[in-house]
Design a protein around this ligand. Structure first.
Ligand code: FES
Length: 159
């Protein structure tokens, strides 16, 4: 089955195409819209973006797979995105990641069997001064992580 953007997103992308200097310049806004509408940036979604922008699908896939914020696999309800870059690692991010792996019973990159949590290790998320830190669903930022804070957070997210 072919995936299709909603009429509202199609209209929004059309308006961006009219404003931006090139079709490729609309790539990132279109990819962000795609992530709001679809669970992952798989080949079908990349093709839908390519069709809308009238660019080769390989160009869309190249951009989408370059950025870790566009996952190619569906994520759980909560995507725990722990920064493991230098500042965060020096301040305990890897220990936090191992702790989350232990608590959730999954490895980094996996999703819990109930589909609730996906655990991801990320490159720098631009909050180095608040390390270690993570995002949930690329939206809510949690900083100065400790095992106690992670316990509290998991409790809040529990059903
Ligand atoms: S190194 Fe983690 S936010 Fe920059």
């Amino acid at each position: 089955m072919t995936v299709q953007f909603s009429p509202a997103s199609q209209e929004h992308i059309a308006s961006l195409l009219a404003r931006y200097p090139t079709r490729r310049a609309v790539m990132l806004p279109a990819l962000h819209l795609a992530m709001q509408e679809f669970p992952a940036m798989d080949d079908e979604v990349c093709q839908a973006v390519a069709d809308l922008l009238h660019v080769p699908m390989v160009d869309v896939k190249g951009v989408a797979t370059f950025y870790s914020l566009f996952p190619t696999e569906p994520r759980g309800q909560y995507s725990l995105e722990v920064c493991v870059n230098l500042s965060c690692s020096l301040n305990g991010a890897r220990r936090c990641l191992r702790y989350l792996e232990h608590k959730l019973g999954i490895k980094t990159g996996e999703t819990t069997p109930d589909g609730r949590f996906t655990l991801r290790g990320m490159e720098c998320l631009a909050a180095c001064d608040q390390a270690p830190m993570m995002y949930i669903n690329n939206a809510a930022m949690y900083t100065h992580l400790t095992e106690e804070k992670l316990d509290q957070l998991l409790q809040e997210l529990a059903p």
